[in-house]
Write a protein that binds this ligand. Structure first.
Ligand code: SF4
Length: 365
């Protein structure tokens, strides 16, 4: 009989414990074993059970019969001239996802994906042109961080780590993969493993209103809203999920967001599209729309991709827009474009899975 091993990456502590008890490897009062395994896995980042050296050799042999700790394969690594790195990760079913690391002076941010492709078709976003293939599992989400840390030699997870922040801004709408993303956040922020403060984890949503409130009640991360327009007509076009959850409902959800306060402001992301949403009248409408919400606005210069339908606003217009919002009392940093030469900038991610399949089909004809 084939013994199918359970991949330990992505399991909660309780799940690891249950599996150990069920396999007769520990008694129910031996929680310290779970703690040991967890520490090796998520603090030291070991890639082999043999490396868990504080566990007896005999138990390690038994553990190897039950668990694997295999990461998905790294298909490709690309380096930008500005230090940004993009990893194309091949999942066990052959699908591909992208993960991006953006180093800055005093921090490093990992942009992780939550789905293969996306259903939402935001018009400024390259991922939106790729059909949704499926949700990622917790294992696949957490593995993106494990692989990034492996590649950056960023283990153990100490205070001087290269990856200090995680943003769910890669491929996919994270609130459409609620449970797996929530469990990943719990693993990322566990104080005995990767131990990232939840202040350093950002969930970015295009505006799935019912889940925004649920998330705020259950999980403590920074919330970012992919806003980009201040009236329904324009937002219906740029972020089509707006037809289902129009601005009034979205902004009300932000007002009701349980964790919104001055020390934990909601970030509104606003992509700067030339002649579309970048006038000072738009800036005034934005200020009026979010009035009273503890917020900051991230202005994102549009990053084009092949056949993209928009142009980026001029630097001058972005500055005027930002100054207007700033004068109204909102912090409005302009996000630096990073990794554009490797198509790793905001809104540019798209894995090759569909394209590859098409070219294979051509070859088959
Ligand atoms: S911006 Fe986010 S939600 Fe919209 S299409 Fe792109 S990946 Fe999907």
């Amino acid at each position: 009989m084939t013994n199918i091993k359970t991949n330990i990456i992505g399991l909660s502590r309780d799940e690891i414990k249950s599996k150990l008890i069920e396999s007769d490897l520990i008694k129910s009062d031996e929680s310290f074993r779970v703690k040991q395994i967890w520490h090796w896995l998520y603090f030291h980042g070991v890639t082999s059970i043999d490396d868990m050296t504080s566990i007896s050799a005999q138990l390690r042999e038994e553990l190897k019969k039950v668990f694997s700790l295999q990461r998905p394969n790294l298909d490709k690594e690309q380096h930008s001239v500005d230090g940004t790195k993009k990893w194309l990760i091949k999942l066990s079913d052959g699908n591909l996802v992208e993960t991006v690391y953006i180093p800055e002076d005093n921090r490093g941010t990992l942009c992780v994906s939550s789905q293969v492709g996306c259903t939402l078709n935001c018009k400024f976003c390259h991922t939106g042109t790729q059909k949704l293939v499926r949700n990622l599992t917790t294992e696949e989400i957490v593995s993106q961080l494990m692989i990034a840390r492996d590649q950056l030699k960023d283990w153990p997870a100490n205070e001087n780590r290269k990856i200090s922040n995680i943003v769910f801004m890669g491929m996919g709408e994270p609130l459409y993969n609620y449970d797996a993303v929530k469990k990943s956040v719990q693993i990322f922020s566990d104080p005995e493993g990767i131990k990232l403060s939840t202040k350093r984890i950002t969930l970015s949503t295009s505006g799935i209103v019912p889940q925004i409130l649920e998330w705020g009640n259950e999980v403590d991360t920074v919330l970012a809203i992919s806003l980009h327009a201040t009236n329904d007509d324009l937002r219906n076009e740029i972020v089509p999920i707006n037809k289902k959850y129009p601005l009034q409902k979205l902004i009300q959800a932000c007002r009701d967001y349980p964790r919104s306060r001055n020390s934990r402001r909601i970030t509104f992301e606003y992509v700067m599209l030339k002649g579309v949403n970048d006038s000072l009248a738009d800036a005034q409408a934005l200020v009026d729309l979010i009035e009273g919400i503890p917020a900051k606005i991230n202005l994102i210069p549009f990053n084009p991709w092949p056949n993209s339908p928009y142009e980026c606003s001029s630097n001058n217009q972005i500055k005027k827009f930002g100054d207007f919002i700033n004068d109204a009392g909102y912090s409005s940093p302009v996000r630096k474009t990073r990794g554009q030469d490797i198509m790793a900038a905001c809104g540019q991610l798209k894995s090759d899975s569909i394209k590859v399949k098409k070219s294979l089909r051509r070859l088959e004809i």
